[in-house]
Design a protein around this ligand. Structure first.
Ligand SMILES: [Zn+2]
Length: 359
């Protein structure tokens, strides 16, 4: 998150603003200066952009708070020039829950639109006063109200994985299997993404970015849902590795580099008095080498708080939990005893095998 500026935390969710946002502001200032817009109007425009992106944060919190109701946490929200991005720990699988989480964002913008409309009506705003298209003190609220309406409508386009696309997937998933529903929503999403890019080429470069974003996002989610479906009906014990490389906790890191070069393993089990106590990954080895050289002890870099899963746990759920917690390896436990390990590479191999067999 080095490239993002931290704004604050609300309901345990950190909010960041991405550095590319400054390019957007710079572009607004430069293009307006070139058009000889008065400085005062440029300042109003910048104020408008900040107000609009504040509404985008509120939109994201719509998703975040709806997800929290279903026990799903969010890591953070990042504001990008093309919109907000809330990183939910996982997505609800129950179609009704997904529907609510997806629709909560656009509903926030509709809510803001109505509040601003009421204010505009009470203050007696007259559309005929709108003699110029420039954003200034008189037109600010009107622009902000319209922008919120446009935001809500745009997000409700069925371009999966945008909000409307998620609503579509949820509706399809009420009747169809989730994989099928995702495939259909994904194809429609990619079709719309191509349309965005084409339209963007002629009218609005930001739409090109959004189109590419949607196209790749749809592909990633369709493949992710498919992969998860291959893990269905299997337990952790089906994918567990019983053969693994071990390293003594007090051995020098050079032992680990030897084994790393010698084998295919990317994760090692660290033992103390014949008991498995932790894991050591390729990344941790490299980090240790950089910081302390080959002679530092393995215990200085190993992870002694390994993620633990049970042999009888559903493989699909265990995999998702590992992804959500960003753990690449886990101890497999049976009746309180260490039995073996599972890492993301061998789950990927498991998926490859099952998908090959299913064809
Ligand atoms: Zn949204």
């Amino acid at each position: 998150m080095k490239l993002s500026l931290y704004l604050g935390t609300y309901k345990r969710v950190k909010v960041f603003i991405h550095w590319t946002f400054s390019i957007l502001l710079l572009w607004i200032v430069i293009s307006n200066l070139r058009a000889n817009t008065p400085i005062e109007d440029i300042l109003w425009t910048i104020l408008f952009v900040f107000a609009l992106f504040f509404c985008v944060i509120l939109h994201e919190f719509g998703h975040v708070l709806a997800a929290q109701k279903y026990g799903i946490n969010t890591k953070d929200i990042t504001l990008l020039p093309i919109g907000g991005l809330a990183r939910l720990e996982k997505l609800p699988e129950d179609p009704k829950q997904e529907l609510w989480v997806a629709i909560a964002g656009p509903l926030v913008n509709i809510g803001i639109f109505f509040v601003l409309s009421v204010i505009l009506t009470i203050t007696g705003y007259n559309l005929e006063n709108l003699d110029t298209l420039q954003i200034n003190g008189n037109t600010m609220l009107l622009y902000l109200a319209s922008a919120n309406l446009i935001l809500a409508l745009f997000n409700m386009l069925p371009a999966f994985p945008m909000d409307g696309g998620r609503v579509l997937r949820a509706l399809l998933a009420i009747k169809l299997p989730r994989t099928k529903a995702t495939q259909i929503a994904g194809s429609i999403g990619q079709l719309m993404a191509v349309a965005f890019v084409f339209y963007g080429l002629f009218y609005n470069p930001i739409l090109i970015l959004i189109g590419i974003f949607i196209f790749l996002g749809a592909a990633a989610e369709v493949s992710h849902t498919q992969q998860a479906s291959f893990l269905k009906n299997y337990k952790v014990k089906d994918a567990m590795m019983l053969k693994f490389q071990i390293l003594a906790f007090d051995a020098p890191l050079s032992k680990a580099t030897e084994k790393l070069l010698d084998s295919q393993a990317t994760h090692f089990v660290v033992v103390k008095d014949d008991v498995a106590v932790g894991t050591l990954s390729k990344d941790q080895i490299i980090k240790g080498l950089k910081e302390g050289g080959e002679q530092i002890k393995i215990e200085a870099v190993a992870d002694f708080n390994p993620y633990k899963i049970e042999t009888e746990e559903e493989l699909e759920q265990a995999w998702k939990n590992m992804m959500a917690k960003q753990r690449k390896v886990a101890f497999v436990i049976e009746n309180g005893h260490f039995l073996g390990i599972v890492d993301q590479e061998n789950i990927s191999e498991f998926i490859l095998i099952k998908s090959a067999l299913s064809k």
